[in-house]
Write a protein that binds this ligand. Structure first.
Ligand SMILES: [Zn+2]
Ligand SMILES: [Zn+2]
Length: 366
């Protein structure tokens, strides 16, 4: 190629690049592109979790209190019969539901396992976002004795915000009548015993039955897990608990058990590091948390005893990011349960179609 042709090609390339840059830098063109993107973003309602008749479980927060950039704190959304139910509202978890474009007005209720902050911190935000998402009534919140205090506190904390928003957007957009939460105390059957093996009915609408299951998270009480039974499919979701073999009775025959889990090997390393760095408080906390959480292999024994098909770990303490950490986190599993278990991330989705024994493992469309 002679020099003149090379120069001509360079000039043409520069002219084309310059013209493209001029178009891209043109503000009315930028506005057009943004409008198109915004049209897609706002039009989208995620119908995936309601697509066909199934019991679906989406992990909206897979982390415990230790910070993780990739994970919200404890939250599990259960989809059944055209509604969804949220078990625990850990900090940042509502944002996952919003980012997934879940039609938030379809919320059925919130169920709190216990009142540690990593399980209730986003309750105000979930109330707000589902209200703004045209929830047809106040938000029902179920939990053990003391749930009224939690609900009353969040209602009070957000009352001024409600006033601002209704005044600014009007009653039609942000109606006063549907704002706020109503607490429902779930009582367990029979007197308390050291076995901590009571259950209590939360709701039964003929197709969906939700049962509260007492668990041992001592010295924290009340502490519940919840069982969902829907048209022959079932899932049990724990909050926090220590090794608690009686759970196998209440979880018997469940398709899926979503269990919290701690790796004491990993929290001990974190404690050692904190201690070496002179962070005595953090080291003490790493030590103290060992006695009221459950190890993966302990949860696996319960899952085996209950005949659970799939065991899912969440509320990961600490967050096992990367293949090495994931292996270390579940190092005790091979001796107890070689398959039929998995580690959840935010967005993990488990679909249990009605009339089938299938369990489909996938992701929420984001
Ligand atoms: Zn927790
Ligand atoms: Zn707890």
């Amino acid at each position: 190629m002679n020099k003149t042709i090379k120069v001509a090609i360079a000039l043409v390339t520069a002219a084309v690049a310059g013209a493209a840059a001029a178009v891209l830098l043109n503000s009315s063109f930028q506005k057009q592109i943004y409008e198109e993107a915004a049209r897609h973003a706002t039009a989208r309602q995620n119908t995936q979790p309601f697509a066909d008749d199934a019991l679906r479980i989406a992990v909206c927060g897979s982390s415990a209190p230790l910070p993780s950039a990739k994970r919200a704190k404890a939250c599990v959304a259960v989809f059944a019969g055209g509604k969804f139910y949220v078990v625990d509202t850990g900090p940042e978890s509502t944002e996952n539901l919003v980012l997934w474009n879940i039609p938030l007005g379809k919320i059925g209720a919130v169920l709190l396992t216990h009142f540690h902050s990593d399980h209730i911190g986003d309750l105000g935000e979930l109330q707000l976002q589902t209200w703004a998402g045209s929830r047809p009534g106040k938000l029902d919140v179920y939990g053990g004795p003391g749930v009224d205090q939690i609900v009353d506190g969040f209602n009070r904390a957000y009352a001024q915000d409600q006033g601002y928003r209704t005044a600014h957007h009007g009653e039609e957009v942000m109606p006063s009548a549907t704002w706020g939460m109503v607490a429902h105390t779930v009582e367990l059957d029979g007197p308390e015993t050291p076995a901590k093996n009571r259950t209590g009915l939360v709701l039964d609408d003929g197709t969906l039955r939700i049962t509260a299951i007492e668990v041992d998270h001592a010295p924290i009480a009340p502490a519940y897990a919840y069982r969902f039974d829907y048209k022959g499919r079932s899932a049990v979701i724990t909050g926090d608990l220590k090794d608690h073999p009686p759970l196998a009775t209440a979880a018997a025959g469940a398709d899926v058990l979503i269990s919290e889990a701690i790796s004491k090997t990993m929290t001990r390393s974190l404690g050692k590091g904190a201690s070496a760095a002179g962070r005595g408080n953090t080291a003490a906390i790493m030590h103290d948390i060992e006695d009221y959480h459950i190890a993966p292999e302990e949860a696996a024994r319960i899952a085996n005893d209950a005949g659970v098909k799939l065991l899912v770990f969440y509320h990961l303490l600490p967050s096992p990011d990367g293949p090495l950490a994931r292996r270390l986190f579940t190092e005790g599993m091979s001796a107890v349960r070689q398959e039929g278990w998995t580690i959840a991330d935010d967005g993990s989705l488990y679909t249990l179609p009605i009339g089938s024994k299938d369990i489909r493992v996938g992701r929420v469309n984001g």
